[in-house]
Design a protein around this ligand. Structure first.
Ligand code: F0G
Length: 472
């Protein structure tokens, strides 16, 4: 039974809802501009929600990255920043928190996730090597490719089917991975890149059984296994909920066990870790650490700050301890589900099962009359903004970019519009307003024509590309 469903009188006594394990101490006023102003703002932004000004946005579901609310303890930690260039005490707090909760031996801070992706890609990939992974992520893949790597998707087929109810749609397909090893040879594989949860698949988790199997295969062939730990806490929640034997294991313990099957991790601390900025790399191997610790000095900063202020490292260290608490994670994912359940009840096509950080509208089924190269998911993000000032993000053909060899659009099976829920920021009423706006856009779907891309940057085009309405 979904928490939002109205119960009959007889059921009332048995009703038990979850609620956020915090109360609100400080508020930030929201502004809602009128329809005509939104039309103008969207047209100025080239129909790309990344190019809108946040002042023109009402409920901002663009991303869960760096958009979370810090706790009073984190804000207090900001006042304890030790801004020494070298050896800041906040770095040692951060190092200890990562060692305790993720279990890796050596830590390198970075300014955010892609800083860490850059370093690990430069150090661990040799030109021409393959990098198998459980579906691509935009910044992860671009750094692997810039380092000369060739990304190969080895996620299970179910992940590409938005309606398939597999409980661990983020799993790696062992047969696909074995076939790749067979085809190119273990020496031509830089490492296996596993993300928990899988962002582009809809925030779908990887099972503990799967990571153990992948570990065994990697060990057999002498291949390293690295984790994108960005939303691994949310992944641990799904293991606790769905995987036999873990129902009574705390999320913190599941997280640490999962990480123990990998050789290292990179992190965008702007998500799970509840920080507004930050990232880190963590590895067990001494030699690899030495190289990363050296390279971070070139691109990010000294190895005891990696582009972060001391105060940011302190807030991050505290965020790590807060984000692994079971009641927090339950309410965080509970809120995402609350929104998703409303949409499912109203017959609106979304990716199922509902994932950890976002609801993904299935733009193919939303706008079946639009061809994929008319950007249905981008169109949907634009229409939603026009309806109510709610900002979402395209995760379809624009995000997938072009094939580095042929230069053609890559046509991903998933053509999605992501409504990403910031952590500890919006209330249930904001979720109701969001669901009702999506319903209004759904009801008007037949009238909508697609978009044409009129400006296309070379790297990660979705961030800055511009569109015009088809038919003027
Ligand atoms: N890995 C994953 C799985 C991510 O979702 C992101 C960022 C990164 C790495 C890169 O980290 O942004 O700190 O440099 N995802 C954001 C998003 C941008 O909106 O999903 P970053």
């Amino acid at each position: 039974m979904s928490p939002h469903q109205i119960q009959t009188a007889g059921q009332q006594s048995s009703r038990r809802s979850w609620a956020e394990p915090w109360k609100i101490k400080m508020v930030e006023p929201l502004r809602m501009i009128g329809r005509a102003e939104r039309e103008r703002a969207l047209s100025d932004a080239g129909f790309n929600t990344f190019l809108l000004r946040s002042d023109d946005v009402y409920i901002d579901l663009l991303t869960d990255s760096g958009t979370g609310a810090m706790s009073d303890r984190q804000w207090a930690g900001m006042m304890l920043g030790d801004e020494s260039y070298a050896g800041s005490r906040n770095f040692y707090h951060l190092e200890a928190a990562i060692q305790e909760y993720y279990g890796y031996r050596h830590i390198v801070p970075t300014h955010q996730g892609r800083g860490a992706e850059h370093l690990i890609s430069q150090v661990a990939i040799t030109e021409g090597q393959h990098v198998p992974g459980n579906m691509y992520f935009t910044t992860t893949r671009v750094h692997q490719e810039l380092a000369g790597g060739v990304f190969v998707d080895v996620i299970i087929d179910e992940a590409h089917d938005p309606e398939h109810l597999h409980p661990f749609k983020g799993n790696i397909d062992l047969a696909k991975l074995e076939a790749l090893i067979e085809r190119v040879g273990a020496d031509n594989i830089a490492y296996v890149s596993v993300a928990g949860t899988v962002n582009m698949a809809g925030g779908q988790p990887v099972s503990m059984a799967n990571i153990k199997d992948v570990r065994a295969l990697c060990t057999l062939h002498g291949i390293r296994l690295f984790l994108d730990a960005t939303r691994m806490v949310e992944n641990a929640f799904f293991i606790q909920e769905r995987e036999p034997g873990y129902a009574d294991t705390p999320i913190a313990a599941i997280l640490k066990e999962f990480c123990s099957h990998t050789d290292g991790a990179w992190m965008s601390a702007k998500k799970d870790n509840l920080a507004n900025i930050g990232g880190w790399l963590a590895v067990n191997d001494e030699g690899l650490y030495e190289e990363l610790r050296n390279l971070v000095v070139v691109y990010e900063g000294l190895h005891t700050y990696g582009g972060l202020a001391g105060r940011d490292m302190e807030a991050l260290a505290i965020g790590i301890t807060e984000c692994v608490q079971d009641d927090y994670v339950r309410s965080r994912i509970g809120q995402v589900r609350y929104l998703g359940d409303l949409l499912v009840d109203w017959g609106i096509p979304i990716v199922l099962p509902i994932g950890g950080h976002a609801i993904f509208l299935d733009a193919r089924r939303f706008y079946p009359h639009l061809a994929q190269d008319h950007f249905p998911a981008q169109t949907l993000a634009a229409e939603l903004y026009l309806d109510s000032g709610i900002r979402s993000m395209e995760r379809g053909i624009a995000s997938a970019g072009r094939d580095p060899v042929t230069g053609e659009h890559q046509y991903p099976k998933l053509e999605l519009t992501r409504l990403t829920i910031p952590r500890r920021v919006y209330t249930q009423a904001h979720m109701d307003v969001t669901a009702e706006s999506i319903k209004a856009v759904f009801d008007g779907r037949g009238e909508v024509r697609g978009l044409r891309m009129v400006h296309e940057p070379k790297y990660l085009r979705f961030f800055q590309c511009r569109f015009e309405r088809l038919g003027g």
